[in-house]
Unconditional design. Structure first.
Length: 203
């Protein structure tokens, strides 16, 4: 009879893999979470693949590849840069500056990259189309990030050991990116419906 996996042991094994191969481990983690988040967001936003009528769209695979090769490595280097910049600095001012750096530097970069790839996966091909999609969605996405990141970072600074920051922030990023993905899909769907109405009126 197979025994149930021990969550503590799984976490320990994950942290060992994270220590030995940080970029690969974060890439694989991001791939799984991004693919799962895309599926969940599609179901919530009722965004079915137009060619198959199913929620199991090619975007799930694309989001997995995006997590593996882009968002996982990117978050690794940005978080590592942030931790190095404030290594050994534990004063209240240093903690506040770390939160501000995360909000004004890290979050805009990761959100912009996320939205650019989302636009491409949705069919945008020209720089103008990508920019239009980014312009439509960047402020709502940044708002949701700014409303949650300060509290999350403050919580991590006080209660989460540095070695556990990666799984902690990965789990948070999964929920936040899924939420943002839902908002992006709904806004894009509303825009397409509005464009279709205008087109029908012109005819």
């Amino acid at each position: 009879m197979l025994s149930k996996p021990d969550p503590t042991e799984l976490l320990q094994n994950y942290l060992v893999a994270l220590n030995l191969n940080p970029v690969r481990t974060k890439g694989c983690t991001s791939a799984v979470l991004n693919a799962l988040g895309e599926l969940i967001a599609s179901i919530i936003a009722k965004d079915k693949d137009p060619s198959t009528g199913s929620y199991l769209s090619p975007r799930i695979v694309k989001m997995g590849l995006y997590g593996l090769f882009v968002s996982g490595p990117l978050s690794h280097y940005l978080l590592d840069m942030l931790q190095r910049a404030f290594k050994g600095r534990t004063s209240g001012t240093a903690k506040l500056l770390q939160i501000l750096a995360s909000m004004t530097i890290i979050s805009p970069i990761t959100n912009t990259v996320f939205l650019v790839f989302m636009a491409i996966f949705a069919g945008a091909r020209t720089p103008e189309q990508i920019y239009a999609s980014w312009k439509l969605t960047i402020l709502p996405v940044m708002r949701s990030t700014w409303c949650t990141s300060p509290f999350l970072m403050a919580f991590a600074q006080k209660y989460v050991p540095k070695f556990a920051w990666t799984p902690f922030f990965s789990l948070f990023a999964f929920f936040l990116s899924t939420y943002n993905n839902v908002q992006v899909k709904r806004r894009r769907k509303a825009l397409l419906e509005e464009q279709q109405r205008k087109h029908n009126k012109q005819e």
